[in-house]
Design a protein. Sequence first.
Length: 419
Amino acid sequence: MSIPAKRAGRKSPAVSISKKVYTMATVDGSDAEITMYGDIYEEQPTNWWGEPVEGQYILLSEFLEDLKQISGCTSITIRMNSYGGDAGSSNMIHNRLRELARNGTKLTCIVDGVAMSGGSLIMCACDTVKVNPSSLVMIHKCWTFLWGGYNADELREQATQQEAWDKMQMEVYTRKTGLSATVISHMMADTTYMTGREAIDKGFADELIEDAEPTSIAASADGRSLFVNGRQMHLAPGMFAPDNIPTVTPEASAPVETDKNKPEVTGDEGGISMTKEELRAKYPDEIAQVEADARASVDHTEAVNAAIQAERARMQEIDEISGLLDATDVQQAKYGDKPCSAADLLMAAAKNAAKQGKKFLTDLKDDSEESGAEGVPAAPAPAVETPEGEDGEKNDTPEARMTNARSMVADLLGKKKEG
C-alpha cells in the first residue's frame, strides 16, 4: 500500500477516465452488490509525462459518488479482488463503509480472489467476511517513493509520517480481529500472506465458502505479478509474491496452469520417477535447502499461531478481572503502547493503591503538623484528696499512704483490745 510521495520537480497532471472497472447494482433498492476488481487510487495514475497508465483502477471520487446512490440499502455485498493501491483512498472508503454499518447497513465482503494491502482495509470494514479456501489476504506496512535530496531531519519527519499511516492500519485490523496492536504490527512488518482458512484463524475473515468454485492464483516467475483466474495483476514496486504460491510464465493464458515440478524420469521408455532417496543422493544441497525452507516456513507459521492464541488468552484473562479495575487501565492494558497480562495489570493496580494509601497517611501527618495539634498539652488529671500526715502535709506518695494505712489499722486493733 502506498502513500502520497514526496517528489522533486513538476507534478504530473491528473487525467480522468470515464470507464469504471467496478460495478454497483441494486434490484429492489434494499440489497446492493459492489464488484471491486481493480486497484484503488485517488486519481487516474499517470506516468512522468502525464499520460494515463493502463490498468484496472478504482478511483476514489467516482466510487464515493456512486456509493451515495446505494447508501439507503439495508444490505450491501462487496465482491473483492484487489491488491490495494493508495492508503489514504482505501482508508476513506473503509471509513465511509463503517459509517453505513453504524447506520444499520449490513455489510458483507466476499473475497473472490485477493484482498491485499488497501483491499484488506476495505474488506475489514465489513462485519461479515467470506473467503474461499484459495483466497489470499495480505497485510503489510505502508511505503512511499522519495524523489530529490533530504537531510536527516526531513527523513526522520518522513519516518514519523510513515508510522502514523501504519498506526491507522493497525486500528482497522485490531477492530476486525481483536488482536493486539503488537501482534498486528509484527504481522505487518513481516508482510503476512494468508489463505482463506488462515485468514479465518487469525480473525480477518468469518466464513469459509467450501462449495465455491476454486480460484486459481499463481505468481509470475519473477514474483512481481499475480495471476488470479488468468488475469494478471502487477504488484507494487518492492512487493513480491510469497514463495509458497505456484509460478507461471507471463505468457500463460487462463485457466492458469501452474508448474508441477515433476520429478525427473529415466529410461528410454519413460522409466520410473526418482524416489526421495535418489533425489537426495543426486541433489543433496538442493534438497537440504528445500527442507530447511519448509521447516522455517512451518516454524514461522506455528510461531504466529502461538502468538495469536496467547494474545486471545491474555485478552480473556483481562476481561475476567475488568469489573474490578478502572476501565481506562483495562483499555490501556489491552491496546495501549505497553500491553500487559492480567497478572501485571493487577500488580500495577495493587501498587497504585498502596502508593495512594501511603500518600494519604503522609498527607494526614502533614495536616496534623501544620495544625499544631501536637503542641497542645493534655488536660491535667483531677486532684485526689489524700489524708494529711502529722506534719500537716498531704501524704501523696505510695510509701506515705502505706505507712498511714498501717497506722490506722494499728489504732483500730488497739481500740478493739481496750474495749
